[in-house]
Design a protein around this ligand. Structure first.
Ligand code: PBG
Length: 331
């Protein structure tokens, strides 16, 4: 008789059957959102060099990609525009508006599309809002007005959900107001509420050509994104966004902020998305390309950790594999 005669933990690990029975986290592809890039600068689908297997799409290739994704069980999308023209203000949103209309025309209600709402792909300096005259500050209120104007156009064009990632203060209530004033009160808002100033956005900024600091003196987003050293700010921003009318809240990046996912899942019983962002995704891809880890199992393990921490929605660049990979999980 050894010390663990009565209390050994191995009986519930003994084989796949009992491991399945003992599991208390289940993944479901229905809870996944696939990001997509619609790029005005290209004429054929173009692989992104820093985001393995992910493409910049033309409208034609995007519609085809969504068709394939639908067949693979993914019906929810997060759409990022990459406009050809960059400027300081008076942005032209026609490219993404046309894209949304075509998506709606082709797919009707078989897909759910959240339109990312931010100015960083439109501004010549790469910041998520409009700069003040001295070019040393992102003007919160002017940016919020512009974002609300943009949100209305996205909603009218057929977005099911507006997903503001700009991190200006007061944008959720401004968006909710303008949508409701225009009888668009059934359009949801998914707020990037706990969005941290992070290294892990690098590949995304390559894709959107939105690295901040071009011809201005501010080279990071620390004045509007939460600090990794200040969890409370992220929690309070999330509570504030819920009070302002957010329907879904989010933690981003995911893995370095699992503590925030967990705390929010306990504190606010709201749909909670965890965004496994571009740099997190690509770090898995690079390890897998070097045969150091197994790609599918690594993504599934991370997704499981997000669910375990309390996320109810997962945004992943590998979402289109979720159904296939989840089906073949070996517990
Ligand atoms: C910007 C935005 C970012 C992402 C989505 N919207 C990055 C940033 O703040 O520069 C990152 C997504 C990713 O890295 O996958 N508005």
């Amino acid at each position: 008789m050894n010390d663990f005669y009565y209390t050994n933990r191995r009986r519930i690990r003994a084989n796949q059957h009992i491991r399945e029975l003992a599991a208390h986290v289940q993944l479901n592809h229905k809870e996944f959102i696939q990001p997509l890039f619609l790029d005005e600068n290209i004429s054929t689908q173009t692989p992104l060099s820093s985001l393995h297997e992910i493409n910049s799409d033309t409208l034609t290739s995007l519609l085809q990609q969504m068709e394939n994704d639908l067949q693979n069980g993914i019906s929810k999308f997060l759409l990022f525009p990459v406009p050809a023209k960059k400027s300081e203000r008076n942005f032209d949103y026609n490219f993404i508006i046309n894209g949304l209309r075509e998506i709606r025309k082709k797919f009707g209600n078989t897909v759910w599309v959240a339109a990312d709402l931010c100015l960083c792909a439109y501004t010549s300096h790469g910041h998520c809002g409009i700069l003040n005259a001295a070019r040393n500050k992102v003007s919160n209120d002017e940016s919020v007005k512009e974002l609300a104007r943009y949100a209305l156009q996205l909603a009218k064009a057929g977005a099911d959900c507006i997903a503001p990632s700009d991190m200006m203060d007061g944008r959720i209530s401004a968006i909710r107001d303008i949508l409701n004033e225009n009888q668009l009160d059934d359009i949801a808002i998914m707020s990037y509420s706990a969005k941290f100033s992070s290294q892990f956005y690098g590949p995304f900024r390559d894709a959107c050509k939105s690295t901040p600091g071009n011809n201005c003196s501010i080279h990071d987003r620390k004045s509007y994104q939460a600090s990794p050293f200040n969890k409370n700010d992220a929690i309070l921003s999330t509570i504030r966004d819920i009070e302002e009318g957010a329907d879904i809240v989010m933690v981003k990046p995911a893995l370095p902020y699992l503590d925030v996912v967990h705390e929010l899942s306990e504190a606010v019983k709201w749909p909670l998305a965890a965004y496994h962002v571009s740099g997190e995704y690509q770090s898995i891809e690079l390890l897998a390309q070097n045969n150091i880890i197994e790609r599918d199992k690594a993504h599934v393990e991370i997704w499981t950790s997000l669910k375990r921490a309390g996320a109810t929605i997962i945004i992943s660049y590998a979402a289109r594999h979720a159904k296939e990979w989840i089906e073949k999980i070996e517990y």
